[in-house]
Design a protein around this ligand. Structure first.
Ligand SMILES: [Ca+2]
Length: 89
């Protein structure tokens, strides 16, 4: 969609659940391989600015969940800059 997480992302996730939109990796907020009510709850927390944790896909393609706020991060290559952007660092 775009780079802003808002109500339209909730609508899109619900459309994925209803089978009317295509699954995307970003809609699967917790990275468990499916879009469900847990992802909706996490999107709502992100919109409110109160997520207790966030999940990112690491360089090996694994979903990694970290507590928010993120206090430290280790950068080992230039691709990690994208992660910093995602975290707003
Ligand atoms: Ca999910």
């Amino acid at each position: 969609m775009d780079d802003i997480i808002d109500e339209r992302d909730i609508e899109y996730a619900r459309a994925i659940m209803a089978g009317t939109e295509r699954m995307t990796d970003l809609a699967d907020v917790n990275g468990d391989g499916k879009v469900d009510e847990e992802d909706i709850r996490l999107i709502e927390e992100i919109i409110r600015g109160t997520p207790p944790e966030i999940s990112v896909i690491d360089s090996e393609g694994n979903a990694v969940t970290v507590k928010v706020p993120v206090e430290r991060i280790v950068i080992y290559n230039h691709q990690c800059a994208e992660i910093l952007q995602i975290l707003g660092a």
